[in-house]
Write a protein that binds this ligand. Structure first.
Ligand SMILES: [Zn+2]
Length: 110
């Protein structure tokens, strides 16, 4: 879900899902090389931008009518790590949507 949506709201980094189960997932975002070249930077944004991404990821399950998630950034390129990794813990009762799941158009009326 994150990988498919990420190109719609954030082109500064590329999202990759590393692990997924019913309890949560681990994801990684790495700088988009085209953006880095254009801005002549090692990594676009800042740790504040990563915090904003974590906030957005926290709310993603709500688009499927599920409880919000807890998200912790365990490594960050802006703290000297090689990439930004996040651990996502789903809320109680959350089940990973099946492949091909289509999110409701308006999650607030779901
Ligand atoms: Zn980061």
């Amino acid at each position: 879900m994150v990988g498919g949506l990420s190109s719609h709201f954030d082109k500064n980094v590329k999202y990759r899902l590393l692990r997924l189960n019913d309890d949560g997932c681990v994801g990684e975002f790495t700088p988009n090389a085209d953006v880095c070249d254009s801005l002549n930077v090692h990594a676009p944004g800042s740790s504040d931008a990563c915090l904003q991404r974590c906030g957005a990821i926290t709310m993603l399950p709500a688009y499927a009518g599920l409880p919000i998630a807890q998200v912790v950034e365990t490594s960050c390129i802006h703290r000297g790590d090689s990439s930004c990794r996040v651990e996502v813990r789903f809320g109680k009762g959350t089940k990973v949507p099946p492949v091909g799941y289509i999110m409701p158009r308006n999650p607030m009326t779901h």
